[in-house]
Design a protein around this ligand. Structure first.
Ligand code: UDP
Length: 370
């Protein structure tokens, strides 16, 4: 059977699986809709939106987060248990597995500052690569064989062609990307050795917040484009620095694929269903397939907020490729997933709602943990 025939066969199989309710689908791996799921880093940006969706679907979720970058306030569902601790604390993780008999793990916990990964690589290899190994060891001991992993388009490095497909060369250009790619390799090897089934979800540029404005993006320091444009609008920073205007793109600024955080959350729920139903391991790009430049983001923010963005043109930021745009068709074929929002204003509007809301884009300070 050829590769595309095989994909079509799987897509048909997944479509037919989707017609059954969650409770039926999950039985294929002895999971029921009530089987607890461990979510590491569930108090972070993408993690907390995913936790909220999974909890709303009636799933039992335990979040493990050390709150170094996570926010207690991002866990708003009272049925979700938050355990403050490290992924690499095997005694703690073992005790959680004994208590809850998790059917699956969704692993978000990681550091994600590319620049810092260059100056302090060991911090990234320790946290992003070595810690998940400790988690996987406990999963192996416990017989838990379903793992959903936050991977990244940074594993591709400078793409050899656009849009980026899953078969594009993975040649990361910084320790952050390498720390994630190594985990992808480890998951593949664990699949062959002890039957772990994994979904490596390669995110493009996460953006937006929940439509009710209750949870959103709160990083410290904040380096991402859309929140920084918001900060320039509110006066929190004097101006937005546009890093480079001489890229090989139509308006000279970098092009990225901005994907709504709730679309990312939906992909995790589908990946979980796919694996829990006995589906094979998958590696998928999660993007919209639409490229948007820095200047287009600024225009969209001005349109949505009705305010002028103060801008200063600055030199290129080291390590930024001209364009990163996903071909998201494999995720549609394998998981039945597609981004529902593709217009960049659909990312910018909620980001403004979060920034201009009662918390001004910040969660209250954590009461416990770091
Ligand atoms: N960017 C910018 N000014 C900023 C932050 C980001 O011009 O203050 C640019 C950055 O150079 C890149 C794009 O915006 O081309 C997206 O950057 P971001 O850090 O949001 O995501 P990345 O693509 O690096 O993961």
């Amino acid at each position: 059977m050829g590769f595309s025939e095989d994909l079509n066969r799987r897509a048909t199989m997944i479509d037919s699986i989707r017609r059954f309710p969650v409770s039926f689908r999950l039985k294929a791996s002895n999971m029921t809709a009530n089987t607890p799921i461990l979510v590491t880093g569930g108090a972070g940006y993408i993690g907390s939106h995913t936790v909220r969706l999974l909890a709303a679907q009636g799933r039992k979720i335990v979040v493990l987060d050390n709150l170094v970058f996570g926010h207690e306030g991002a866990i708003i569902d009272p049925g979700v248990e938050l355990v403050v601790g490290d992924v690499g604390d095997q005694e703690l993780v073992r005790s959680l597995f004994r208590k809850h008999s998790f059917g699956a793990v969704i692993h978000f916990a990681a550091y994600a500052y590319v620049g810092e990964s260059v100056t302090d690589p060991l911090k990234y290899y320790q946290n992003n690569t070595a810690e998940p190994i400790k988690l996987l060891q406990v999963m192996q001991e416990s017989g838990c064989k379903v793992f959903v992993f936050s991977s990244t388009c940074a594993t591709y490095g400078v793409p050899d062609r656009l849009p980026i497909t899953e078969s594009s060369t993975q040649n990361p250009i910084n320790p952050y990307g390498r720390s994630k790619l190594m985990v992808e390799w480890i998951l593949k090897d664990c699949g062959e050795a002890w039957g772990l089934r994994s979904a490596c979800l390669r995110y493009f540029n996460a953006s937006g917040c929940s439509p009710d404005g209750k949870i959103g993006e709160d990083h410290d320091p904040e380096t991402h484009l859309i929140p920084r444009v918001m900060m320039a609008v509110t006066g929190e920073i004097e101006f937005l620095e546009v890093f480079g205007t001489d890229y090989n793109t139509p308006d000279g600024t970098c092009i990225r694929d901005y994907i709504h955080v709730e679309d990312l959350a939906d992909a995790h729920a589908r990946a979980l269903d796919h694996l829990a139903a006995g589906g094979e391991s998958v590696r998928c790009n999660l993007g919209t397939g639409v490229g948007v430049s820095v200047k287009q983001i600024i225009s969209a923010v001005e349109e949505v907020t009705g305010k002028k963005v103060p801008v200063k043109f600055a030199p290129r930021r080291p390590g930024d490729p001209d364009s990163l745009v996903a071909d998201p068709s494999l995720a549609k074929q394998l998981l039945g997933w597609e981004a529902r929002r593709k217009d960049v204003r659909d990312m910018v509007r909620p980001a403004w709602l979060w920034t201009s809301g009662p918390n001004h884009g910040r969660f209250p300070k954590n009461q416990c943990g770091a």
